[in-house]
Design a protein around this ligand. Structure first.
Ligand code: SF4
Length: 355
C-alpha cells in the first residue's frame, strides 16, 4: 500500500496531463485544450446539465438526452420556464426522477438570480441537487478552478494506484486525500477531467489497459499483477425483493394513468395503479380488493424492474373501463403517445406488458 507521501506528485501530474492532451475524450460539454486555443469557453449551464445527467448513467446513454435538453432549452432561463410535465417527459429513461425535479428547482433558483451559475463552492452546494462531487466537477470543468473531483472512476484508479486494502466505502478519506494531493493547481479543469477519463477508458473495471497508463510505473496493483483485485469488494448483501399487481385500465386506444406523489421513489411521474409493493405474494382475492373497480381482470405479463435498493415483480392485470366509469385522479392518455409521456421505464414496461 502507498500513501500520497510515496508518490512523485509533480511527475505524475505531468504524465497524466500529457496523456490527456493526446488521448483524453472529446465530449460535447467539454472544453479541451485545443478548444480553448480556438477561443471556445465552457458553458456552466451545459456542464451542470451533463453532470446531473451523468450522476447515475453512462456517457453514451446520457449524450442524446444532453443534446435534446440543450436544443429544447438552450439556456437555464428556458429550462426554468418549462413545466414539470415537459421536463419529466424529456427526462424519462434517465431514471432517478428526484434529479429531474432538482434540475428544475436548480434552474429556477439560478434563473431568478440572473441566470449565471456561481463558481463559489458554498454557493454551488446551496443549489438544489448539487452535492460535493457535482460542485467540484462544475468548478473544475466549467470554471477551471482548483477542485478535487472524485467519482467512481477516480476511486478505482486511486485504490489500484495505492493498493488500498479496504472497500471503497471504508477508504473514502484516504482516496480523497490522495486525489487532492495529486490534483494539479496549474490546469485544474483538465486534470480533473483527465483523472476521470483515465478511469473511464484505461483503468476500466475489467481488463484495465495498464501498458497504456501514464501512471503504470507508480501503480502498486500493476506491480502486483492483479489490478482487478482493487477496489476490494465489500461483502454483498442481498437486494430485497418486492411484488405487486399492476392494474392497466384501457378505454379503447387510451390508458388511465395517474401521478405518483411528488416526493419519494419515481415522485411526480405517471404510473399505472398497483397494489402496495411488498415482500409477500398477494392472493388474487386480496389483489382484487385494491383494483380500481370490480371487473373480470385479465392476467397479462409480469414485469421485473431493478431499483437501487430492491427488485420488483409487477404482475400486470388489464381490463376495459365501462363507459360510465371515470377515475377520481389522473387521466386518459393515448397509448401511442407513450414515448412522449413522463412515464418511467418500469411503467413503460408495465403498459407494454398489458397491451
Ligand atoms: Fe489502473 Fe493499470 Fe494504471 Fe494501475 S497501471 S492505475 S491498474 S490502468
Amino acid at each position: 500500500m502507498k500513501t500520497e507521501a510515496d508518490l512523485p506528485i509533480a511527475d505524475m501530474r505531468i504524465r497524466l496531463l500529457d496523456w490527456y492532451d493526446a488521448e483524453g475524450r472529446s465530449l460535447p460539454w467539454r472544453i479541451r485544450p485545443e478548444d480553448r486555443e480556438s477561443g471556445r469557453v465552457a458553458d456552466p449551464y451545459a456542464v451542470w446539465l451533463s453532470e446531473i445527467m451523468l450522476q447515475q448513467t453512462t456517457v453514451p446513454h446520457a449524450t442524446p438526452y444532453y443534446f435534446k435538453f440543450l436544443e429544447r432549452w438552450p439556456a437555464v432561463q428556458d429550462l426554468a420556464a418549462a413545466s414539470e410535465d415537459e421536463v419529466f417527459a424529456a427526462w424519462a429513461g434517465l431514471g432517478y426522477y428526484a434529479r429531474a425535479r432538482n434540475l428544475m428547482a436548480c434552474a429556477r433558483v439560478v434563473s431568478d438570480a440572473g441566470g449565471a451559475f456561481p463558481s463559489d463552492e458554498a454557493a454551488l452546494l446551496a443549489l438544489p441537487g448539487i452535492g460535493p462531487y457535482t460542485a467540484a466537477a462544475i468548478r473544475a470543468a466549467a470554471f477551471d478552478l482548483p477542485a478535487s473531483v472524485v467519482d467512481g472512476n477516480v476511486e478505482r484508479v486511486i485504490t489500484r494506484l495505492c493498493a488500498l486494502p479496504l472497500p471503497v466505502r471504508h477508504s473514502k478519506p484516504e482516496i480523497k486525500r490522495i486525489a487532492a494531493a495529486l490534483a494539479s493547481p496549474d490546469r485544474p479543469g483538465d486534470y480533473a477531467q483527465a483523472n476521470m477519463d483515465l478511469g473511464a477508458t484505461v483503468c476500466t473495471p475489467r481488463s484495465p489497459s495498464c501498458p497504456s497508463c501514464p501512471w503504470q510505473t507508480q501503480c502498486v496493483a500493476r506491480a502486483q499483477d492483479n489490478p482487478e483485485a482493487y477496489p476490494v469488494k465489500a461483502a454483498k448483501t442481498a437486494r430485497p425483493h418486492r411484488q405487486a399487481v399492476g392494474f392497466a385500465v384501457f378505454r379503447g386506444p387510451q390508458i388511465w394513468l395517474r401521478k405518483r406523489p411528488p416526493r419519494g421513489l419515481l415522485g411526480g411521474m405517471l404510473e399505472v395503479p398497483s397494489t402496495e409493493w411488498c415482500p409477500d405474494v398477494l392472493s388474487d382475492a386480496e389483489a382484487k380488493t385494491h383494483a380500481p373497480f370490480a371487473a373480470d381482470w385479465d392476467t397479462r405479463g409480469q414485469v421485473r424492474h431493478v431499483f437501487t435498493h430492491f427488485t420488483l415483480d409487477l404482475q400486470m392485470w388489464r381490463a376495459e373501463a365501462a363507459d360510465d366509469w371515470e377515475p377520481e385522479t389522473g387521466g386518459w392518455y393515448a397509448v401511442s403517445d407513450m414515448d412522449q409521456l413522463a412515464l418511467p421505464s418500469l411503467m413503460k414496461k408495465a403498459v407494454r406488458a398489458s397491451l
